[in-house]
Design a binder for this molecule. Structure first.
Ligand code: F6P
Length: 356
């Protein structure tokens, strides 16, 4: 009997259960297998917290948000650090992998998870990773599951903001998730017809944002919508190191970029402004049909790799094909929005300001 361990790690997102189900159902159909569900991400592997799964555990979960296995953030930096608890976490994971007699461990996660997964691969464990995140920022794959669902949620927020902005003649700022990558804000901003889209990859100036808003009012529009990634930065901030930037933000009256920008807009242009932050709603609820399909394809592909004893890979989407990429190539790299991204060009053509 093959023993497959499975865990979900990092921030949750819609589509995790669809992927877990796909791994499990493909495995049960293809091989004689026992599936071991590790609770709450790598933390569960460190603490040997697991459950032996039954086929019925994977029924009825395709459409469910969140993860039936639970998840936790286990920062890569802390993996090698032996803290007060005196546990060598990497060693503990290797010991528990062997104690559970696993043939392979399937990990579903984002960037941090891929780094940890690669660390375990270097320790000689058989690992397969599946890329999930609403941020869509994993290197080597055109898309991650979870992203599409989050784009739909964020677009719906912008749509709803539109009608109230229009009624009240207000400038409405919608702050969306995405600390280092602006994919979610770019896609939902364009889909929702935001007038200004601010993402970390395109540092903005306040002057440019103000002049875009003025121009709109001069053209007879009584309201405006700004879609802002939580990690959007001014051109001045972009010159700072990550550490300086974080310190600078902490020192602001309100470390969220949207509130300080809203303040500037109302004090300098006299427009009434409001800020909306949908926050973790963007990670909740049922996956879209697209994400269900992608997660199912990724999960099924993981089992094809396991069948061929091919380990140390992450599954990816490349030019509409499901492929696999060596973990060492993917781990530690971030996929941010390129400035020549066609959606930025299209946005500019339809009159969206990126504040640059
Ligand atoms: O990586 C997904 C993400 O939702 C980011 O967009 C966001 O910056 C972060 O996670 C929020 O993390 P937490 O789960 O700690 O609130």
């Amino acid at each position: 009997k093959k023993r497959i361990g499975i865990l979900t790690s990092g921030g949750d997102c819609p589509g995790l259960n669809a992927a877990i189900r796909a791994v499990a159902k493909s495995a049960y159909n293809k091989m004689d297998v026992e599936i071991i569900g590790i609770n709450d991400g790598f933390k569960g592997l460190i603490n040997k917290d697991y459950k032996i799964m039954k086929p019925e555990d994977f029924s009825g979960i395709l459409t469910r948000g969140g993860t039936i296995l639970g998840t936790a953030r286990t920062p890569f930096k802390k993996m090698r650090k032996i803290e007060e608890d005196n546990v060598d976490k990497v060693k503990a994971m290797v010991i528990n992998y062997n104690a559970l007699a696993l043939d392979v461990l399937v990990v579903l996660g984002g960037n941090g998870t891929h780094k940890n997964a690669n660390l375990l691969r270097e320790e000689g464990l058989n690992i397969i990773a599946l890329p999930k995140t609403i941020d869509n920022d994993i290197w080597g794959t055109d898309l991650t599951f979870g992203f599409h669902s989050a784009v739909d949620i964020a677009t719906d927020v912008i749509d709803r903001i539109h009608t109230t902005a229009d009624s009240h003649d207000r400038v409405m700022l919608v702050e969306l998730m995405g600390n280092k990558a602006g994919w979610l804000t770019l896609y939902s901003g364009v889909a929702g017809g935001a007038d200004v889209v601010l993402i970390p990859e395109i540092p903005f100036t306040i002057e440019n944002v103000l002049s875009a808003l003025k121009e709109r009012y001069n053209n007879g529009k009584n309201f405006s919508i700004l879609a802002i990634a939580e990690g959007a930065r001014t051109q001045e901030e972009a010159l700072m190191t990550r550490k300086e930037f974080k310190k600078h933000r902490r020192n602001l009256k309100d470390p969220s970029i949207s509130f300080s920008l809203a303040q500037e807009i109302s004090s300098r242009l006299g427009f009434e402004t409001r800020v909306t932050i949908p926050g973790h709603q963007q990670r909740g609820g049922a996956p879209t049909s697209y994400d269900r399909v992608l997660a199912t394809q990724f999960g099924a592909h993981a089992i094809e790799l396991i069948e061929k004893n091919q380990f140390g890979y992450t599954v990816a989407l490349e030019n509409n094909k499901i492929v696999s990429k060596p973990l060492e190539e993917v781990a530690g790299k971030l996929k941010t929005v390129n400035l020549d991204n066609p959606l930025i060009q299209a946005g500019r053509l339809v009159g969206t300001s990126f504040g640059d």
